[in-house]
Write a protein that binds this ligand. Structure first.
Ligand code: ADP
Ligand code: MG
Length: 244
C-alpha cells in the first residue's frame, strides 16, 4: 500500500480528569475512506478536532505527510489547509453569499486568483446540484443545500484529506440522502476521507475501513463486512444492536 497520509500514534487527549482519547493508533492511506462509529460521547468529534489541531493533545503524535501536527507549529496554517473539515452545523457566514463563502479562504488564505477560484467554485456547485444558487444567502437555502455548500467550500481549498463530523445529523430526513450522495461521489473519485456518522447503511457502503471507538479507544479497525457481519467485541455488538 502507498505511504500513509495521516498517522496517529498513541494519541491521548484529556479534558481535566476526563481522558477522552486514550492511546489512539491509526493510519490513513491516500484514497482511503475511513468511517468512525461509536456511542455518543466516545470521542469521535474530539478525534477529528485533534487531527485538525483545533484541540491540543496531551500525549502521542499526529502526522500529516510526515509532518507533525502541533498547535504550536509554525507551519500550522499550511498544514490546516491540507485538511478540509465539514461540521454538523455548516458554519457558513450568514452575511456572505454562497459564492463569497466558498471564495473567501482560497482567495484570502491561499492568495489564489479570484477568477480561477470563481470558476472552480461554480463548477463544484454544479457537481453537487446547486447551479443558480451562487448568489443566494445561507438563510435562503435548505439544510441539505447549506451542507452541500459547506462541502464545496472545503473542496475549493484542495485539501488532501476531508473530515466529516456527523454532517447529516441536523438535517431533515429527506435531505440526508442528497448530502450522503455527494459524499459517496467524492469517495468514488478517490478522495481521502474520515467520516463520523450514525448512518450505518451509508457507513457500510462508503467505507474502506470502519473504526469503532468506545471510551476513547479503538476497539475495532476492520473492513465494513467484518464489522457489520462479525464484530469482534461485545461492545460493538451492543452498539450495532441499537440500529436494528
Ligand atoms: P462524540 O463526538 O463521540 O459524541 P465528543 O468527542 O464530542 O464525543 O466528546 C467526548 C468527551 O469529551 C465527552 O465526555 C465530552 O463531554 C468531552 N468533551 C468534549 N469537548 C469538551 C470540551 N471542550 N471541554 C470539556 N470536555 C469536553
Ligand atoms: Mg460528536
Amino acid at each position: 500500500m502507498s505511504e500513509p497520509i495521516l498517522t496517529l500514534e498513541q494519541v491521548t487527549k484529556t479534558f481535566g480528569e476526563n481522558t477522552v482519547l486514550d492511546g489512539i493508533n491509526l493510519t490513513v492511506h491516500q484514497g482511503e475512506v475511513i468511517v468512525i462509529v461509536g456511542p455518543s460521547g466516545c470521542g469521535k468529534s474530539t478525534l477529528l478536532r485533534c487531527i485538525n489541531a483545533l484541540e491540543p493533545i496531551q500525549g502521542g503524535q499526529i502526522s500529516l505527510d510526515g509532518e507533525k501536527i502541533d498547535q504550536k507549529s509554525k507551519s500550522l496554517v499550511a498544514l490546516r489547509q491540507k485538511i478540509g473539515m465539514v461540521f454538523q452545523s455548516y458554519e457558513l457566514f450568514p452575511h456572505l453569499t454562497v459564492l463569497e463563502n466558498i471564495m473567501l479562504a482560497p482567495t484570502i488564505v491561499q492568495n489564489r486568483k479570484k477568477e480561477e477560484v470563481r470558476e472552480e467554485a461554480l463548477a463544484l456547485l454544479g457537481r453537487v446540484g446547486l447551479i443558480g444558487k451562487e448568489n443566494s444567502y445561507p438563510r435562503q437555502l435548505s439544510g441539505g443545500q447549506k451542507q452541500r455548500v459547506a462541502i464545496v467550500r472545503a473542496l475549493c481549498m484542495h485539501p488532501e484529506i476531508l473530515l466529516f463530523d456527523e454532517v447529516t445529523a441536523a438535517l431533515d430526513p429527506e435531505m440526508v440522502r442528497e448530502v450522503l450522495d455527494v459524499m459517496l461521489n467524492l469517495a468514488s473519485q478517490g478522495r481521502t476521507m474520515m467520516i463520523v456518522t450514525h448512518e450505518m447503511q451509508f457507513a457500510r457502503a462508503v467505507a474502506d475501513r470502519i473504526i469503532f471507538l468506545d471510551s476513547g479507544k479503538v476497539l475495532e479497525d476492520t473492513s465494513p463486512e467484518l464489522f457489520f457481519e462479525k464484530p469482534k467485541t461485545e461492545r460493538a455488538r451492543q452498539f450495532l444492536n441499537m440500529f436494528e
